[in-house]
Design a protein around this ligand. Structure first.
Ligand code: ADP
Ligand code: MG
Length: 247
C-alpha cells in the first residue's frame, strides 16, 4: 500500500478514537510567568459544538493558538484532524490550516477592500480557479446574510456585519473545523445572538465548531457542551452545561 494511503488511514483511525481535536496532556509555558496551560487533555468529536469559557488569562486563546499551530506545545501532544502538530513541518502548516476556519473578536478584515474582496482573497490564496470564486463568494455571502453588501467597504459596515464577513471568509474554503475566539466580544446582544445562531447553523451542516466566549446568557440558553478553564486547567466539561460563576 502506498505510504500516503497508510498515513491517511492512520489519521482516520486517530479521529475515530480520539476525535478531530485531541490534546493529550498538553502544557504550554511562555518564557515568563506560570504555564498558560497545565496538563490539559481534551477530545472533541467530529461534528460537535463546544463552548470554552473561563476567566481572562485562563488559557483559552493559548488553546486556540495551539490548534492553529500558531504556537507549539511545551509538552504533550496536540492532534487536529489526526495530524500530530508537533510533527508538522513549517512548509506543511498552510495546507493544514486550510482545514480550519477562524474568527476573532476584532474581525481582522482588510479594511481597504470591499466585502467581496475580503472573502475572495481567502480563495485566491488556496488557488481556487477564478470561475469558482465568482460562484462561491455570492453563495457564502447569502449564507451569512450579506447578499446585498458585496460592494461595501468593510469599514462602512456595522460590527455585526463585519463579523459576518469574517465568518464568510472563514467558511469559504469549506473547513472541517471552525474556531471562534470571543466572536461576540465586540457585538451588542442582538448581533451576538445572530452570530451564535449562524455558528449553530454551520455546525448543523456538519462542521465541528469551538467557540470561546464570555457570553453567559448565550451559553446558558444554547445547552451545548461547555468546557470551563481556570488557571490553565480544565475544571469542568459538561454536556448541556452552564456558564459557571467565577469566584
Ligand atoms: P485567555 O484567552 O483565557 O484570556 P490566554 O491564553 O490569552 O488566556 O493567556 C493565558 C496566560 O498566558 C495568561 O497568564 C497570559 O498572561 C499568558 N500569556 C498569553 N500570551 C502570552 C505571551 N505571548 N507571552 C507571555 N505570556 C502570555
Ligand atoms: Mg483570550
Amino acid at each position: 500500500m502506498a505510504n500516503k494511503e497508510l498515513l491517511r488511514r492512520k489519521r482516520e483511525q486517530l479521529i475515530e478514537e480520539h476525535g478531530v481535536i485531541y490534546l493529550d496532556n498538553v502544557s504550554k509555558a511562555y518564557s515568563t510567568g506560570s504555564p498558560a496551560l497545565n496538563n490539559v487533555s481534551l477530545s472533541i468529536g467530529r461534528g460537535e459544538f463546544v463552548f470554552i469559557v473561563g476567566e481572562t488569562g485562563s488559557g483559552k486563546s493559548t488553546l486556540i493558538k495551539l490548534l492553529l499551530r500558531e504556537l507549539k506545545a511545551t509538552s504533550g501532544s496536540v492532534y487536529v484532524m489526526g495530524n500530530d502538530l508537533s510533527r508538522l513541518k513549517h512548509g506543511q502548516v498552510p495546507r493544514f490550516r486550510r482545514n480550519i476556519g477562524v474568527v476573532f473578536q476584532d474581525f481582522r478584515l482588510l479594511t481597504d477592500r470591499n466585502v467581496y474582496e475580503n472573502v475572495a482573497f481567502a480563495q485566491r490564496i488556496v488557488e481556487t480557479p477564478p470561475s469558482e470564486i465568482r460562484r462561491n463568494v455570492p453563495t457564502i455571502l447569502a449564507t451569512v446574510g450579506l447578499a446585498g453588501k458585496y460592494k461595501a467597504k468593510t469599514s462602512e459596515l456595522s460590527g455585526g456585519e463585519q463579523q459576518r464577513v469574517a465568518m464568510a471568509r472563514a467558511l469559504i474554503n469549506n473547513p472541517s473545523i471552525l474556531l471562534a475566539d470571543e466572536p461576540t466580544g465586540n457585538l451588542d446582544p442582538r448581533n451576538s445572538w445572530e452570530i451564535m445562531r449562524l455558528l449553530e447553523e454551520i455546525n448543523e451542516s456538519g462542521t465541528t465548531v469551538v467557540v470561546v466566549t464570555h457570553n453567559r446568557e448565550i451559553v446558558n440558553a444554547m445547552k451545548k457542551r461547555v468546557v470551563t478553564m481556570k488557571k490553565g486547567v480544565i475544571v469542568s466539561d459538561e454536556e448541556g452545561g452552564e456558564y459557571i460563576d467565577e469566584d
